[in-house]
Design a binder for this molecule. Structure first.
Ligand code: TYC
Length: 103
């Protein structure tokens, strides 16, 4: 392989590394039979910054479908929000669960 070809391949790799989009993650709330609707709306407004109307819509979607997306974030922000949900749910005595998956 010529020196020129090697150099081009190296530049291709570096260019790809620089231009790749950072991965995004959906934070997903799970339905359960015990957490109150009011608490889920409060979580969606307080931790995920939804309006009351949006939070209510998402909560009802989760209640009816079993799961719903609270938001889409970088890995670090998604992990922090999940930890915050589990902390406030534990404090309030609710079994509310949430998880994340790649977008
Ligand atoms: N199913 C719950 C109830 O009837 C409400 C609820 C909605 C719970 C969304 C969790 O992520 C959830 N009280």
């Amino acid at each position: 392989m010529s020196e020129k070809t090697r150099q081009n391949e190296k530049e291709d790799v570096l260019t790809r590394e620089r231009t790749e989009e950072p991965k995004k993650f959906k934070v997903i709330l799970l339905n359960d039979d015990y957490t109150s609707m009011e608490f889920v709306v409060w979580v969606l407004m307080t931790i995920f910054r939804h309006s009351q109307a949006s939070a209510t819509r998402i909560m009802l979607h989760i209640h009816n479908q079993g799961v719903g997306i609270a938001g889409v974030y970088s890995r670090e922000v998604a992990e922090t929000r999940i930890a915050q949900v589990h902390e406030v749910a534990r404090e309030a005595g609710h079994p509310l669960q949430c998880t994340m998956e790649p977008e």
